[in-house]
Design a protein around this ligand. Structure first.
Ligand code: GLN
Length: 227
């Protein structure tokens, strides 16, 4: 697995994502700046957390128009695996690669805390290493994590098992306690919690490691299948 970790002006979790990915034997990762125009040679794209372009207009809005995003759109259309974490999730919704939007937290405060989650779909490229219904804890750190979508979109997400992570105690007002979703095809995931901040005991836990090992398995399977 060779992951591209995108870096926008204001990204602040790109180095953490490189570190977390490189902990997994068999995985490599390289930084790709927002000004790049190609993703050739990569089989996973990771969009990190942070405050891209200062969260001006609204979080993710300006990053969704950066030069690299045309290549990200092509990568998604070709079925490549894309994970957006926190600001990465915000960028993916702003780019139209995931439905809905991330609004300001209901309480209007930045929230930074360990968040107990349930893995509600372990049949994805991003969660196959977890047991069905696994209860895990990952850190959250965001001001705009309140997932919103209209009623029809929420019903469709539920019907097609696109909700992947749910909060056990809703920290921000997210509809349906949603902490992470995929697109309909299942190759694009957005999540507000930070798996890359929970990959070593010294960080307080290793519950996030499964996201990276899941992607390793998925990319191997795609390679065997000739995809
Ligand atoms: N850690 C993050 O990526 C969160 C930053 C994000 N722009 C916010 O909602 O506050």
């Amino acid at each position: 697995m060779k992951a591209a970790v995108l870096s926008f002006p204001g990204s602040n979790c790109d180095q953490d994502l490189l570190w977390a990915t490189r902990l997994v034997a068999g995985a490599t990762a390289e930084l790709v700046p927002a000004s790049a125009r190609t993703l050739t040679g990569f089989d996973v794209v990771m969009i990190p957390g942070g405050f891209s372009y200062g969260d001006y207009l609204c979080s993710g809005a300006i990053a969704s128009l950066a030069p690299i995003m045309a290549a990200v759109q092509r990568f998604a259309a070709a079925g490549g695996y894309i994970i957006g974490i926190c600001n990465g999730f915000q960028i993916l919704t702003a780019a139209g690669l995931l439905p809905g939007a991330l609004q300001s937290n209901a309480q209007l405060d930045f929230v930074c805390a360990p968040a107990p989650l349930t893995v509600v779909n372990n049949s994805t490229a991003f969660t196959n290493a977890y047991a069905d219904g696994a209860q895990i804890t990952l850190p959250i750190a965001h001001g705009e994590g309140n997932y919103y979508a209209d009623a029809d979109t929420l019903a469709s997400l539920e019907r097609h098992h696109q909700v992947v992570f749910r909060y056990q105690h809703n920290p921000n007002g997210s509809a349906h306690d949603i902490a992470g979703i995929t697109n309909r095809a299942g190759n694009v995931l957005g999540m507000m919690p930070h798996p890359e901040r929970a990959v070593e005991a010294i960080l307080g836990g290793t519950d996030g490691l499964g996201v990276f090992t899941s992607l390793l398995t998925a990319t191997k399977e795609a390679a065997y299948a000739g995809r």
